[in-house]
Design a protein around this ligand. Structure first.
Ligand SMILES: Cc1cc2nc3c(=O)[nH]c(=O)nc-3n(C[C@H](O)[C@H](O)[C@H](O)COP(=O)(O)OP(=O)(O)OC[C@H]3O[C@@H](n4cnc5c(N)ncnc54)[C@H](O)[C@@H]3O)c2cc1C
Ligand code: FES
Ligand code: FES
Length: 460
């Protein structure tokens, strides 16, 4: 069994199991040991590589996913005799101590500078927020990236890095069962391997397989099926295809314009690396009460579309998710799309998540709210949903009833918040106590006062 790809500009044939992790292939088979493995679970970024020019976590990719791809590892970015300017800057600015995080940091920085040649410090921090350093501290790392941007101002590194990446598709793939290229291929593979597990970005499934909480089985990856990617605008309704990555969704004008509530949730999900790989369909099918897209999708009254070889069915998201990690997906079915009616253009769309830090933080509590106010501030309609405070997303119709028909004010919100605190049923775990989560769930509602005032201010 062989996988053909281009690694650091060289055509490469990889032999062996398609379900070996890319980090292992790089380090063990190809002696590209610059790629490090820290956590093995998507959390540290030490294993970052560029795949077709985009940063990916090699600990959460299977070898088969390399087929026909162009990979750049840290060994591939400099000239044979000299370091890349980002590497030079890391050395000059003392941005390296043990060096374990450095290859991943450098590759994320190279990607950033190839798209944003003059980033400010905040943009640099955001771009590196999926790459953790346990010893240097981030100030020198950010200094180094800033300096590299200045050094590279006159050199077209975007062309140098990305231009080398096209791969000729002159070899037939020998493991087609793993990477269907179309829905038609997929149905055939699901028939041939009825007990195979379907996955998309792998940021949940591959972590669970590695930790042993899910047994390894045949895997079918949806990442190459173009029919499952993108957003279709049907006028008053958007159809979000299930295997669309979070990064792609953040670049979709239809999402940022009509569903800012979802865009806000996605922008704080995981890290840039997780958002490059993870998909909205994977977030829904994982059915974690902490899944960041779920509260917005409940507030939007989204419907999910489930497809199988036999046809398509559709149901409201709150009937699809029936418990933590539990959905009504049947054998032979996949989640193919999410259907959302566009909210009224003047509706306030608000999402807020409370976590331990800004990036790579599982939510302790989150709230999504869509509220319509009349010109004189009366609540004409409201849709509210909370994440991480119950076995599934909690909606609280009693709190909505308390608000609708009333003038939106701190007092009304406080009354509704008191109802919410009683309605939620959070658990205590290592991240937070149930009491803390209950209090935060109520307090998140109080923020709507600021949101509505901002919104009304804009209208005046
Ligand atoms: C370091 C790290 C940080 C994270 N941070 C966050 C966070 O802040 N917020 C958050 O919400 N999540 C977070 N996650 C979880 C994860 O990234 C998301 O849930 C993501 O959306 C999963 O998408 P995926 O495509 O990678 O799913 P996969 O891992 O590919 O699949 C997840 C599950 O869904 C099934 N599945 C996937 N797609 C389909 C489909 N179309 N049809 C049927 N079944 C399907 C798979 O069989 C599997 O059971 C984090 C994960 C990691 C590793
Ligand atoms: S090894 Fe930590 S993210 Fe891959
Ligand atoms: S330099 Fe040691 S982890 Fe970053």
């Amino acid at each position: 069994m062989s996988i053909v790809c281009k690694i650091n500009g060289k055509n490469t044939e990889i032999h062996g199991h398609p379900d070996r992790r890319v980090v292992d292939i790089l380090r063990e088979d190809l002696a590209l040991t610059g790629t490090k493995e820290g956590c093995g679970a998507g959390e540290c970024g030490a294993c970052t590589i560029l795949v077709d020019g985009e940063p990916r976590l090699s600990c959460l990719m299977m070898a088969a996913q390399l087929q026909d791809k162009a990979i750049t590892t840290i060994e591939g970015i400099g000239e044979s005799e000299s370091l890349h300017p980002v590497q030079e800057a890391f050395v000059e600015h003392g941005a390296v101590q043990c060096g374990f995080c450095t290859p991943g940091m450098v590759l994320s920085a190279v990607h950033l500078l190839s798209h944003h040649p003059e980033p400010d410090r905040n943009r640099i921090r955001r771009a590196l927020s999926g790459n953790l350093c346990r010893c240097t501290g981030y100030i020198k790392i950010v200094d180094a990236v800033e300096a590299a941007a200045r050094d590279m101002a006159n050199i077209d590194f975007k062309i140098k890095i990305l231009g080398a990446l096209s791969v000729g598709d002159d070899r037939k793939m020998s493991i087609p069962y793993l990477l269907p290229q179309s829905l038609c291929d997929l149905w055939g593979m699901m028939r041939a391997f009825p007990d195979a597990t379907v996955y998309a970005g792998g940021t949940d499934l591959l972590v669970k397989i590695r930790s042993g909480s899910v047994p390894p089985k045949n895997l079918i990856c949806l990442e190459r099926i173009q029919e499952l990617k993108g957003v279709v605008d049907h006028g008053n309704r958007l159809v979000i295809l299930a295997a669309t990555s979070f990064s792609q969704l953040l670049h979709e004008p239809a999402i940022t314009k009509h569903l800012p509530i979802l865009a806000k949730a996605i922008a704080c999900l995981g890290s840039p690396l997780i958002r490059n790989m993870g998909t909205i369909g994977g977030n829904i099918c994982t059915a974690s009460p902490a899944g960041d897209t779920l509260a917005p999708l409940y507030a939007l009254n989204a419907r999910v579309e489930l497809a199988s070889e036999a046809g398509v069915r559709s149901l409201p998201i709150d009937q699809f998710i029936v418990g933590p990690g539990q959905t009504v997906l049947k054998t032979g079915e996949i989640l193919s799309a999410i259907h959302v009616e566009k909210p009224h253009p003047e509706a306030i769309q608000h999402f807020e998540k409370v976590g331990h830090r800004n990036a790579l933080a599982c939510s302790l509590a989150s709230m999504a709210a869509i509220i319509r106010l009349s010109d004189d501030g009366i609540v004409m309609g409201a849709s509210l949903a909370w994440g991480s405070v119950g076995p599934t997303v909690i909606t609280c119709p009693e709190a909505v009833d308390r608000l609708v028909g009333q003038r939106l004010s701190a007092d009304r919100l406080a009354e509704a918040a008191a109802i919410v605190k009683k309605a939620v049923c959070p658990i205590t775990d290592i991240r937070a106590t149930a009491d803390y989560r209950r209090t935060v769930a109520g307090n998140l509602l109080l923020r709507l006062c600021d949101q509505s005032i901002c919104c009304m201010g804009r209208r005046e």
